[in-house]
Design a protein around this ligand. Structure first.
Ligand SMILES: C[S@@+](CC[C@H](N)C(=O)[O-])C[C@H]1O[C@@H](n2cnc3c(N)ncnc32)[C@H](O)[C@@H]1O
Ligand code: SF4
Length: 464
């Protein structure tokens, strides 16, 4: 893995390219991307997978979606639901526990988890005792491997000491807190107010409880953000030395996310300003000793993600970057996604509709996709590109067919045109993505995508 210095990239040049390439495209957290998946899913395909899980003695990754939050942040693009009703949360937790029991009853081999992640919404908005009950059932049904890794996403504003202790007692060592921005004008514009002292205290509390991996989420491209306010936020957050940081580009999709319409579009930074902010993140965090992971994540040099990236072994699934390649993922809860070797499945998205299905004794599956040989080979190329910044075409069998070969040939030819522009450099039979090219990595992945032409009606977020 070649490391580059972000101070060396010309912003003018990047901006000129942005004008040329600025477009919308998938984020490639999966391939084929979720809009390609179809309903209904073949239930038998899902059951067959549950039956074979554990056969190979490999641990799996488990994701649990807990969708509730106390209040709405206007930028939010997650499957999050605001409630103050205990009954609504309890009904959901009952359904979730039922789903865990039913999935586990289909196993024909001992299944263990090497990763467990709680995401949301806000998992720690669930009352501590109720969360503990679900976790005990889950860990009993799918125990951890000896080297398990358990992580949780939290909104620090609602996370109590009781939550932190129960999670720590159950082996959680990584915690990811949403902060987004520290500037008070930006915070007011997105209805998410939290001070520097509060986040500093929160990190200290998490460490006191035994969390050794602390991640902070930030977003650039929010209303009222300027390069200067963003610079201040980055400096302040870096001074707290979280182990990892994520800097997500704000995905503004008001057609799909109605609450985002409350954001004044005149206050949103331009594409150029967004690009400046991404550069600023690489510079400020680079100067503070962080290593860029993929496009928008940062980690300290001795972090496992940094080491995996150096070895060219970084991988990604729906839970984000991971150090283990090819872990199968089992998702629970509304909108939970499972990513198996040859099958993707997503649960029903809306929490009440999900609970209705479980209560009616049905599998809460919404849509999915059975991967062909072409899909699997393309997924390999795109994932390797997105994570390890290399375009290389694996040896493929005849099974993939002519469509695949022709598409890959055309994609490689397309990418070779970016050599002159400085987005890629040729290396042994493939290409390495330069730091400039890293800004456009989604554009580099798109020519390999076999489904883009049939997705004209899907609205994607900006590629940069
Ligand atoms: C499930 S959410 C957060 C966890 C927790 N509920 C919180 O708000 O602190 C995970 C992260 O997604 C990011 N995020 C949410 N909406 C986004 C959007 N529209 N564009 C980019 N990032 C977004 C935020 O950084 C957020 O912390
Ligand atoms: S950002 Fe977090 S707390 Fe805010 S609405 Fe989304 S999931 Fe809930």
């Amino acid at each position: 893995m070649i490391q580059h210095d972000w101070h060396d990239i010309s912003e003018e040049r990047a901006f000129a390219l942005l004008n040329e390439l600025d477009g919308r495209g998938p984020r490639y957290t999966s391939y084929p991307t979720v809009p390609v998946w179809k309903a209904p899913v073949r239930e038998q395909a899902f059951l067959n997978t549950l039956h074979r899980l554990g056969q190979d003695n490999h641990g799996i990754a488990v994701y649990v979606h807990l969708p509730f939050c106390r209040q709405r942040c206007l930028y939010c693009g997650c499957n999050a639901h605001i409630t103050h009703e205990a009954a609504r949360m309890n009904r959901y937790m009952d359904a979730l526990e039922d789903e865990i029991r039913r999935v586990a009853s289909e196993f024909e081999h001992p299944v263990r988890h090497s990763q467990l992640h709680l995401g949301g919404g806000t998992p720690t908005y669930i009352p501590a005792e109720r969360l503990a009950r679900m976790l005990d059932l889950l860990i009993d049904s799918i125990p951890g491997t000896p080297d398990f890794d358990r992580s949780v996403e939290v909104d620090p504003r609602v996370t109590t000491d009781e939550h932190l202790s129960l999670l720590a007692e159950r082996g959680f060592r990584r915690i990811s807190a949403g902060l987004q921005d520290l500037n008070s004008d930006v915070q007011a514009a997105v209805c998410r107010v939290f001070s520097f002292e509060q986040i500093r205290n929160f990190i200290a509390r998490a460490r006191d409880h035994g969390f050794t991996g602390v991640n902070i989420d930030l977003i650039y491209g929010l209303p009222r953000q300027t390069r200067d306010t963003w610079h201040e936020t980055l400096k302040a957050v870096a001074s707290l030395r979280p182990d990892r940081l994520a800097c997500f580009g704000y995905a503004h999709l008001p057609a799909r996310m109605k609450h985002q319409r409350a954001i004044d579009e005149d206050e949103l930074p331009s594409s150029r300003e967004r690009l400046n902010m991404l550069f600023e993140a690489h510079r400020v965090l680079g100067d503070a000793g962080y290593v860029g992971i993929g496009m928008d994540h940062f980690a300290l040099p001795d972090d496992d993600l940094t080491k995996a990236q150096t070895r060219g072994n970084l991988w990604r699934n729906f839970m984000g970057y991971t150090t283990t390649r090819g872990l199968e993922l089992l998702g629970f809860g509304c909108s939970g996604i499972s990513e198996f070797r040859d099958l993707f499945v997503q649960n029903i998205v809306q929490p009440e509709a999900y609970a209705d299905a479980i209560e009616a004794g049905k599998w809460p599956l919404d849509r999915g996709h059975e991967l062909s040989a072409d899909d699997r080979a393309t997924k390999q190329i795109i994932n390797h590109l997105m994570c390890n910044l290399e375009v290389s075409v694996p040896e493929t069998s005849v099974e993939t067919g002519d469509d695949f070969s022709e598409r890959v040939r055309a994609a490689m030819e397309h990418i070779s045109r970016y050599e002159e522009t400085g987005l890629v450099e040729r290396v042994n039979g493939g290409f390495h993505v330069t730091p400039l090219g890293q800004l456009f990595v989604r554009n580099l992945a798109m020519p390999f995508d076999g489904y883009l032409s049939e997705q004209q009606s899907v609205v994607f977020s900006k590629t940069v």
